[in-house]
Design a protein around this ligand. Structure first.
Ligand SMILES: [Fe+2]
Length: 240
């Protein structure tokens, strides 16, 4: 499996707190059947002011440590970018790290606030699409406004977003409401990617194995699409 969303880079956001923990997270990912993990630390203005440079430096340290520990996990890096007014500026300056591509567009993992759908999101999404960027919305099933008003999900779909559901949402880690919403989205096959969004070993571990089994019970072909084939398409590995 390919895990497109993780907070494994040590010490640069609210994910892994040390390299030792990052290495154990890498082992945990492999034990879940993950072969490729994209490191996606937060870029959240005023909270986690990461840049492509800071992420790249941390990424190279992790790659070395994972190789030294002989862990069979391929890594790449991007970021999880919180919606904010500077995104167009960052794009023009080349400061937005992309996960890969989708139908020729650069894929941006875009995070909404957890409490609501931010005003102006529609304009941002349309602007990004016009500028050759494909927004991949992180964990819509955990957004409280979408949870309360699920018809708004269809509005986001019509804008042309891709969606990433978090593995633990499908297995109940975030409670019954989130699980039910995630399963409703699954029954309509309305998301494109499942990823771990792992932050640590215990509270937010890698749930990809259990989630894959859960989605396979619903539809094995869909499970392979959202855990393997779509992520592979994004990172350009679809023929492997
Ligand atoms: Fe995340």
């Amino acid at each position: 499996m390919i895990d497109l969303h993780s907070h494994i880079l040590p010490g640069i956001d609210d994910g892994a707190r040390s390299m030792d923990i990052a290495i154990e997270m890498a082992r945990q990912a492999v034990s879940c059947g993950v072969t490729h993990m994209v490191c996606t630390p937060h870029i959240h203005k005023g909270y986690f002011d990461n840049t492509p440079q800071s992420i790249e430096a941390s990424y190279h340290s992790l790659v070395k440590a994972v190789n030294d520990a002989d862990i069979p996990l391929t890594l790449s890096y991007a970021a999880e970018v919180r919606v904010n007014e500077l995104i167009p500026v960052w794009l023009r300056k080349g400061e937005l790290p992309f996960i890969g591509t989708w139908n020729g567009k650069n894929v941006l993992l875009l995070e909404m606030p957890h409490s609501h759908v931010p005003q102006g999101l529609d304009s941002l999404v349309k602007w990004l699409l016009r500028n050759n960027v494909q927004p991949l919305i992180a964990h819509p099933e955990r957004n409280r406004e979408l949870l309360a008003e699920q018809h708004k999900f269809a509005w986001l779909q019509r804008l042309g977003c891709l969606f990433q559901v978090t593995a633990g949402a499908l297995t109940g880690r975030f409670g019954d409401n989130v699980e039910q919403f995630a399963h409703a989205l699954m029954s309509e096959k309305s998301f494109h990617i499942v990823a771990s969004d792992t932050h640590d070993l215990a509270r937010r571990p890698n749930d990809m194995k259990a989630a894959f089994e859960r989605v396979s019970l619903f539809d094995k072909t869909f499970a392979e699409l959202v855990f393997i084939n779509n992520p592979a398409k994004i990172i350009g590995q679809e023929h492997l």
